[in-house]
Design a binder for this molecule. Structure first.
Ligand SMILES: [Fe+2]
Ligand SMILES: [Fe+2]
Length: 344
């Protein structure tokens, strides 16, 4: 098996590597600031402080804290404005903000929620409440950071497949886009569409475990080689198994080579036994495979591809989904011109 370089996508921002959580305390009242810092240190957190809004924004940008305790009433740039700016920026919107209000004023709280505040504390600060709120928001931030890392790993895995299989450059991305297009047309919810999107990107992840010489072989495959290639759905499912958040995606990966007539692999499922998301990705995968050059043949024309889909509806693929797919391609003008699949 050849070597594959994992290229981690570079991120402009992200949580810095620290063993303890970092909390930024923003208050123009020095005594209150010091009081809160004392409590936070006692909880074992790292702290930084700012005495006004301008300084707070600077510190968030340079230090990327895990939580911001923000005084509402400050001269010049007040807490509400700071909160708004942090929540509007892609780089800082996931940092939780606790707004500290001097009075129990309902209108102020509603305005702060509109500005994006995640929670509130009233002055004078109640110790138990202070502890509970900081803890729960730091926990949330930690979970978000983990998800962020999982996304990076997924992108790296998808890159790894393409690095191995030189004939399929851009394949995962195109399959993902076509599958999302069909999922939208089929009326799936936003969350379901997201599963389909990831399923498209990762459907061939199991190819990581197939030797390069088999994957890139020019001539016809012998039985042994075919068995190796045909093991990629199961291998892919096993790769994703430890990631609980990708359970549904694992199901797509396992079943993307099933056929509607039950003659596919690995489980020979038929008709609606094949999970819907996998039926969607199978159509997108076949379309892209037919319309791009492969080691053993040139790309088919769009007319030929459509003829294949029409004759395979009900045998290779779900006929209803094929109908929707062709219709959507027509609506988008793909089938009336010389447009390529990558333009979908
Ligand atoms: Fe595949
Ligand atoms: Fe594929």
């Amino acid at each position: 098996m050849g070597h594959t370089t994992l290229e981690m996508p570079k991120k402009k921002t992200g949580p810095k590597q620290r063993s303890k959580s970092l909390v930024l305390v923003v208050d123009d009242d020095r005594a209150l600031r010091k009081g809160m810092i004392f409590l936070l240190k006692k909880e074992g957190y790292l702290t930084i402080e700012a005495h006004n809004g301008e300084k707070a924004l600077e510190m968030v940008a340079s230090q990327q804290p895990d939580l911001v305790l923000l005084d509402l009433m400050m001269p010049e740039l007040n807490g509400m404005q700071v909160c708004q700016r942090l929540k509007q920026s892609e780089a800082t919107r996931l940092i939780p903000i606790i707004m500290i209000t001097a009075v129990n004023n309902q209108n102020e709280k509603i305005r702060a929620i509109d500005a994006g505040a995640d929670d509130f504390l009233n002055k004078p600060v109640n110790l138990a409440e202070f502890r509970a709120r900081t803890r729960s928001l730091l926990k949330m931030k930690h979970l978000n950071d983990l998800l962020d890392k999982a996304d990076t790993v997924i992108a790296a895995m998808a890159n790894a497949i393409e690095a191995k299989d030189k004939y399929t450059e851009g394949h995962n991305d195109r399959v993902s886009k076509l599958a999302v297009m069909l999922a939208e047309r089929a009326g799936l919810s936003l969350m379901e569409i997201e599963q389909v999107r990831m399923g498209g990107i990762l459907h061939d992840i199991g190819k990581i475990g197939i030797p390069d010489n088999v994957l890139n072989k020019q001539g016809p495959l012998n039985d042994e080689e075919f068995r190796m290639i045909a093991s990629h759905p199961l291998k892919g499912k096993k790769i994703l198994r430890p990631l609980r958040s990708l359970k549904e995606v694992g199901i797509i990966v396992l079943h993307h080579h099933e056929r509607y007539d039950g003659r596919g692999y690995p489980e020979k499922l038929a008709g609606e036994e094949i999970p819907l998301f996998a039926r969607i990705v199978a159509i997108a995968d076949s379309f892209d495979a037919m319309t791009t050059d492969r080691p053993y043949r040139k790309a088919l024309s769009l007319e030929k591809t459509m003829a294949e889909f029409q004759s395979g509806a009900g045998s290779a693929w779900d006929p209803t989904l094929v109908g929707l797919f062709i219709d959507t391609l027509q609506q988008r003008g793909v089938l009336n011109s010389n447009a390529k699949s990558s333009e979908v």
